[in-house]
Design a protein around this ligand. Structure first.
Ligand SMILES: Cc1cc2nc3c(=O)[nH]c(=O)nc-3n(C[C@H](O)[C@H](O)[C@H](O)COP(=O)(O)O)c2cc1C
Length: 174
């Protein structure tokens, strides 16, 4: 595809989900930029109906993973050193789209800084389940908020990922 020599378009077109991470923690400054890019996303009426918590506590993440998988060997978030949970206030009309857009800004910003990411539905689904309530409380996710997106972040063990194929026929003109 024509890139127009544009760094934003190149970043979008070259991003792909990362499923193998180094144990090195994400640089604090880079993480700060990624999170700020998240809250810069468009959102309904600028209500910003989100709660964003990033977790780097390995003990907590390992315990959460064990509660989901029952097996400490496999990791639903691929042993990423940072996981960001984006939750939305269910009383707000557009919380789900707002949280998704924030997550998208984060993964694009991360990719532009050579930081890998993967959205992890297993974490989101578990935290919203009855068994996950204990962890949601531990994370101090406000009452009435639903976890909408969980984003694993870290340095990829290899940068040789390529984006999966997309079906351009899904785009129609009317
Ligand atoms: C809502 C959502 C949930 C996802 N959950 C998972 C997941 O639990 N585990 C995983 O490895 N990837 C997950 N992904 C990543 C997708 O599999 C990935 O984005 C898709 O295959 C396209 O590949 P790409 O991101 O490399 O372009 C999820 C993506 C989205 C948007």
């Amino acid at each position: 595809m024509e890139s127009f020599n544009n760094v934003v378009i190149e970043t979008i077109m070259n991003r792909s989900s990362v499923r193998s991470y180094k144990s090195d923690q994400v640089n604090d400054q880079a993480l700060g930029v990624i999170l700020k890019c998240g809250i810069q996303a468009p959102n309904g009426w600028n209500h910003q109906p989100w709660d964003i918590v990033y977790v780097q506590d390995k003990t907590f993440l390992d315990e959460l993973n064990l509660a989901i998988t029952g097996n400490s060997g496999s990791s639903v978030f691929y042993h990423a050193p940072t996981v960001v949970f984006i939750s939305g206030d269910k009383r707000d009309d557009y919380y789900a789209s707002d949280c998704s857009l924030a997550a998208q800004n984060m993964v694009i910003a991360a990719s532009s800084l050579d930081i890998g990411s993967c959205i992890i539905a297993y974490l989101t689904d578990f935290l919203n389940s009855e068994k996950g309530q204990k962890y949601k409380t531990q994370l101090k996710i406000p009452e009435g908020y639903e976890v909408c997106v969980s984003v694993a972040l870290g340095y990829a063990t290899s940068m040789t990922h390529s984006p999966g194929p997309r079906d351009a026929n899904k785009i129609r003109k009317y």
